[in-house]
Write a protein that binds this ligand. Sequence first.
Ligand code: UT7
Length: 323
Amino acid sequence: MIRSAIIGCGSYTPENIVKNSDLEGVVETSDEWIVQRTGIRQRHIAVEGETTADLGEKAARAALIHAGITPDDLDMIILATSTPNNTFPATSVEIQHRLGMSHGAAFDSQAVCSGFVFALTTADQYIRTGFAKRILVIGAETFSRILDWNDRTTCVLFGDGAGAVVLEAVEGEGAPTDRGILTAHLRSDGSHKQKLYVDGGPSSTKTVGFLRMEGREVFRHAVGMITDVIEAAYAATGYGSEDLDWFVPHQANKRIIDASAKKLGIPPEKVVITVDHHGNTSAASIPLAFCEAVTDGRIKKGDLVLFEAMGGGFTWGSVLFRY
Ligand code: UT7
């Protein structure tokens, strides 16, 4: 059977770093509160004129080099973002053009913080049906542009960045020991819309709007939803937490990550944490964290890796794969 294997990854974060102490002059907050409640110490923030397409293009180029392929070898680009350059065309098409690619197809996918897991699962479907052989999947965000910098309950939490992976069709046995994506589980429930949303949009207000969040409410649902889709991944493959080499969760809050890992019995030394230096980069957080752990040698070929995310909508999902 055909499996989708990750053959390369790349990432990019803006050079401009904003530390918690820098935010003490922007809103009434403290480094101590932010670290204690979230684990965040700093985040990268795009400078004026630096866009989601800029970050996504840099991550894409790095992923292509790491995979040892050129844009000519790609059949498709899927970009997960909630902060596109324009309402349309899709920012992925801009990235496609910048890469000098005029064949194949590019489109954006929107599931907020779960966006990368949704985009990766979509790409996996195209590959397993034989529709595409190689797909570049990018998560890129400039959340700083939709933050209300007067709202201390949200503006301290997010950052900008991009990560990308190249998926390629490989032959598998159909067994859990195969290389590539073994199982994926996606969920959404729009009844939670008002807990995490942007208060604008082309069709409703003709504005871009700002991010609004009932943080405590999101927190309250997060661990249950995360463990639900991870248990679904275990049930589908026969694997359990003891079999994982690495857990790469969406990076929203270290307390959510710690509580989820504890509930699932995943030891802290198997958890990749980047929220301390990236903040919450929404759809970019998983590929950023994955790429960091691949680059520093923690994640190795053959490792069993679990991605998980939960965010606005609510949306949530998991992808279990052998790298
Ligand atoms: O990626 C998508 C999913 N998003 C998430 O997963 C985020 C989920 N939520 C969270 O991570 C947490 O709920 C937050 C980090 C947003 C907040 O942490 P919390 O422990 O739930 O705090 P809280 O909202 O209950 O607020 C506690 C207090 C409040 O003051 P009072 O009402 O107790 O007097 C807030 O006004 O902390 C206050 N507060 C702050 N104080 C200093 C809120 N934001 C700040 C701030 N600095 N930046």
